[in-house]
Design a protein around this ligand. Structure first.
Ligand code: SF4
Length: 326
């Protein structure tokens, strides 16, 4: 490793440490040197998104696109939550308070956190997309409505990502699901198979779902972006603006009660806040399109940072309690 590479590694480690401490606005981007208020004022004045990197989340700066292949090598056992019906791993604390017969916390975790639900918009929120006119069909069953949205999307060429894709990855799962997961974009495996979350990160997501006593077929899984960005780069604003209305239409067809945003990109997109940090919003409940939205870490991030599994487990217990509270 050269001196420069060592310096880069040290710098990245410092940035991640600051982020985990909750220190805001630490970034290598020159924008960081400006006050947050200045950036927000710019955004408000222009009605556009905050400059890229205005608040880089070091914990996710290296997070690959949804389903992107993680580094080679077997996943350590500690990477995955417990299978359905089993106790959490030894390093995962048991649910707080007395457990019910079903093994679900019977304390305040069971109550819908209505008092904690916060509005989705925050300073720095992006303007609504000019393409946000895709409406979910009003008639028909959820599968029928979802099929109409897929038909409306067609062999989409609406943004530049179409030229590099192998397969358009629309979504998979139960069209009548109470729980929906939203990731970022297809990775290599997803692009090849046309199904979201099928790589190692997808396998971990399946285990996470099973950890709250559901099967993968019970939920619906989709991404903000339907086509793989080249080299798993982050989707660009114009691509998000073009594609996200179809995600919103999917949500409106399915009408899930709970949505889990996987990773900072999905959270920022759904919360309309490009400056938010996943470490700040994870585990909180936001009102979103008639559902309760809970951001949490992306499974691909967990594969590289298994020590964050504990937080995801806490978030998923909250998801489970919301679902069971009816
Ligand atoms: S990413 Fe979305 S908008 Fe772009 S081509 Fe694919 S389906 Fe169409």
């Amino acid at each position: 490793m050269t001196d420069r590479e060592q310096l880069e590694a040290h710098l990245q480690a410092h940035l991640e440490f600051f982020r985990e401490l909750g220190v805001e606005g630490v970034s290598r981007d020159p924008v960081w040197r400006r006050r947050a208020g200045d950036v927000a004022a710019d955004v408000g004045a222009a009605g556009a998104t905050a400059p890229a990197g205005a608040e880089a989340d070091a914990a996710e700066a290296s997070e690959p696109a949804a389903g992107a292949s993680p580094p080679a090598g077997p996943a350590p056992p500690a990477d995955v939550p417990p299978p359905a019906g089993s106790a959490p791993p030894a390093d995962v604390p048991p649910p707080a308070g007395p457990a019910s017969a079903a093994g679900v916390p019977a304390s305040s975790e069971m109550a819908p956190p209505s008092a904690d639900v916060v509005p989705p918009l925050a300073s720095g929120a992006v303007a609504l997309s000019m393409f946000d006119r895709v409406e979910a069909p009003a008639d028909g069953s959820p599968p029928e409505r979802l099929a109409q949205v897929r038909e409306q999307l067609g062999p989409c060429t609406r943004c530049k990502l179409h030229s590099g894709r192998t397969t358009l990855v629309f979504g998979v799962g139960n069209p009548d699901a109470d729980l929906m997961f939203v990731g970022e974009a297809p990775g290599r495996d997803e692009d090849r198979e046309g199904i979201p979350f099928v790589g190692r990160a997808g396998q971990l997501l399946t285990r996470i779902i099973e950890a709250i006593d559901l099967r993968r077929d019970d939920v619906y899984i989709a991404n903000v972006i339907k086509c793989r960005p080249p080299d798993n780069r982050n989707p660009e604003p114009d691509e998000v603006q073009t594609c996200e209305p179809y995600l919103f239409a999917q949500i409106d067809c399915i009408r899930p009660r709970v949505i889990v945003a996987l990773g900072s990109f999905a959270a920022r997109t759904l919360l309309r806040d490009e400056r938010t940090s996943i470490t700040r919003v994870r585990g909180k409940v936001f009102a979103f399109r008639g559902a309760q939205l809970i951001p949490t870490f992306h499974p691909a991030f967990l594969l590289r940072s298994p020590d964050r599994k504990r937080e995801v487990w806490e978030d998923m217990k909250l998801v489970r309690s919301l679902l069971r509270a009816g």
